[in-house]
Ligand binder design. Structure first.
Ligand code: THG
Length: 367
């Protein structure tokens, strides 16, 4: 269709050459990098994730490292989730908010040591944010972007692949927990995590010069399980109800609106950024909530990728923030960010660009 102009601003993934050799067909941008979005067989790539095992270049999930005596304080100040019991080797999903309680990123926080944390970020600049907050609060902590690039191995056979590479101890890892290790001199951290609900691991490569070596080893170990290349899968994540920050959120979305309330602890200290706003939002009751939308038509409908108006009796009540053909449900499904007055079961119309498609709202996840 068109090309991408190379520039020093567009940073290469350590797995880039490997994904090109695998026949990558498309990319999206994320954290000033390119992330593969397909290898030419969307349905095959989906079923491989559901039934087998798939490997993904997710180096775009950059690690913002907090290092120094105040690293733990800064992590807590940035996260309205109580980290008091978080121990070394543990990860937690956190909802980073600004002072207004607006969700500005939803990283996985990894505690490497008492004085060292990573925020494994979604697509917004948390390096600037964390540095600014650290300086304003006078904290003794260095904030940097680490040379760390996750490679995801996802699907029901992922555990067998990762265990054959690293040993059976990986089978005992709890969700979001991780351990630092190496393979043939390639330093990595192995975590049970990943942006799917099919189970799996993320191998955090800790030396960007060794991407091809790690890719080849995972591919080799995966051969008996018919591993193949894939990417964070839009269909599976929507079926599973996983949030895409920046896709399903806007500049006013708070965690309660997008089902992240369970990750907010209102009794954290008052110095946590946004906590006072979050207490007020919770007390008042959020104005919007996130539901599923099942479109009435039962043919794949290629809606352009932007938000659609959701109407009830001709009045706008919210937005459809994504839409995909579900291979398992055989319907077009998406997330609806709608007024809390509109409940699961409501009949609505999805509207824009000449489209007017009836839809039914439901609870998430779909599957
Ligand atoms: N892996 C790594 N970093 C990341 C992502 C990732 N950073 C950005 C983005 N993805 C973060 N977003 C999410 C969103 C949801 C989940 C993980 C990362 C997730 N949620 C589960 C759920 O919602 O059911 C479990 C949450 C819980 O119970 O704690 O897994 O993919 N490295």
């Amino acid at each position: 269709m068109f090309g991408i102009t190379p520039s020093a601003r567009l940073r290469p993934s350590p797995f880039y050459e490997s994904t090109v050799a695998e026949g990558v067909q498309s990319f999206t941008t994320y954290n000033n990098m390119l992330m593969p979005t397909g290898y030419g067989d969307p349905e095959g790539e989906y079923w491989r994730l559901i039934n087998g095992v798939s490997m993904w270049d997710v180096a775009v999930e950059r690690q913002i490292e907090l290092h120094g005596p105040d690293a733990g304080r800064l992590a807590q100040i940035l996260s309205p989730r109580d980290l008091g019991k978080c121990v070394e080797g543990q990860g937690k999903y956190v909802a980073l908010c600004n002072h207004a309680g607006t969700l500005i990123n939803d990283p996985i926080l990894l505690k490497l040591a008492e004085d060292r944390y990573w925020l494994s970020i979604a697509d917004s600049n948390i390096l600037f944010w964390a540095r600014a907050v650290a300086s304003e609060r006078g904290l003794d902590v260095a904030v940097s972007e680490a040379d760390v690039s996750p490679l995801a191995v996802q699907g029901p056979k992922a555990e067998d692949v990762v265990a054959s590479l690293f040993g059976d101890w990986v089978r005992d890892l709890k969700y979001f927990w991780f351990s630092e290790t190496e393979i043939d001199g390639i330093p990595v951290a192995v975590a049970r995590s990943g942006w799917s609900k099919q189970g799996g691991f993320e191998i955090y490569l800790m030396d960007g010069s060794k991407g091809a070596g790690l890719w080849d080893r995972v591919k080799e170990a995966g051969k008996p399980f018919d591993i193949g290349p894939g990417n964070p899968n839009a269909c599976e994540r929507i079926e599973s109800g996983l949030l895409s920050w920046g896709g399903d959120t806007d500049d006013a979305t708070n965690p309660y609106e997008v089902r992240l309330g369970p990750f907010v602890d209102l009794d954290v200290a008052d110095d946590v950024v946004g906590i006072k706003a979050l207490r007020a939002i919770k007390a008042e009751g959020p104005k919007r909530h996130q539901l599923g939308a099942v479109l009435e038509n039962d043919e794949p409908t290629a809606l352009p990728a932007h938000w659609y108006d959701i109407l009830v009796d001709g009045e706008k009540v919210g937005d459809l923030t994504n839409c995909v053909w579900s291979y398992r449900l055989k319907r077009n499904i998406g997330f609806a960010l709608v007024s809390t007055r509109v409940k699961p079961g409501a009949e609505v119309v999805v509207h824009k660009d000449g489209w007017a498609i009836p839809a039914a709202l439901s609870k998430l996840p779909f599957i």
